[in-house]
Design a protein around this ligand. Structure first.
Ligand SMILES: N[C@@H](CCC(=O)N[C@@H](CS)C(=O)NCC(=O)O)C(=O)O
Length: 227
């Protein structure tokens, strides 16, 4: 048990959302117990801890459960504060700004990329155009900075961090290039910088397994549309 109690995380190895919680805890050097869920057959423990959405991630701190990754990230930053790696900006206005962009990324960018993954042909091209536009808007938050958090990885980097690893994989599965040096140069350069971080790198699931899972998923989505 760490100096601030026992920490348990319910995740799923290929979840791009649950990994946010692991990145945050690892950046802070907080030890935790990890429970990998089968989302097709969720454990009693997960359902007991998160009866509302029944989703991962769930953080259980000294027996007290919390769901929703963005809420969990802020909680982690508040509990492991003095002397720990900072995640949220100090300034209230900057804190509000990163919350705004996190909401934009979850509500606009991720849903805009999904149809690129789940369609083909002209529909996919149209979706790709819209996805790139939404990412171009997000890119504004990176202007003049190494990371969204400034000189180091912060809250927004953790929130959109999965884009850096998952977009190239799902792009390859779907036969499209979502982010590259020509269409989104700042975001593309940030992808490399983010993935170069040791904590980030060490937490990532194996690329071949993520590729295969998404390949099978796309095949299923496309065949469901054609039947
Ligand atoms: N808004 C939630 C989204 C969590 C989420 O979508 N989790 C997915 C895995 S990536 C899940 O648990 N899916 C299982 C289900 O929907 O039943 C968060 O930020 O925590």
């Amino acid at each position: 048990m760490g100096e601030k109690g026992h920490v348990k995380v319910f995740g799923m190895w290929a979840s791009p959302i649950a990994i946010r919680v692991e990145w945050a805890l690892k950046l802070k050097g907080v030890e935790y117990e990890y429970v990998d869920e089968d989302l097709g057959n969720k454990s009693e423990d997960l359902l007991r801890h998160n009866p509302v959405t029944k989703k991962v991630p769930v953080l259980v701190h000294d027996g007290k459960p919390l769901a929703e990754s963005l809420v969990i990230l802020e909680y982690i930053d508040e509990v492991w504060k003095e002397g720990y790696y900072p995640i949220m900006p100090d300034d209230p206005y900057e804190r509000a700004r990163v919350r705004f962009w996190a909401k934009y990324a979850d509500d606009k960018c991720a849903p805009a990329v999904f149809p690129v993954f789940s369609t083909a042909g002209e529909t996919q091209q149209k979706a790709l155009h819209e996805a790139i536009e939404s990412l171009r808007t997000l890119e504004q938050a990176l202007e003049g900075k190494k990371f969204f958090g400034g000189a180091t990885i912060g809250y927004l980097d953790i929130v959109v961090g999965w884009f850096a690893y998952w977009f190239p994989i799902i792009g390859e599965v779907a036969g499209v290039d979502i982010v590259n040096a020509r269409n989104l140069p700042l975001l593309n350069a940030w992808f490399q910088r983010f993935l170069d971080n040791d904590v980030v790198k060490k937490t990532l699931p194996p690329r071949d397994k993520v590729y295969e899972l998404n390949r099978a998923r796309r095949e299923m989505l496309l065949s469901a549309q054609s039947s």
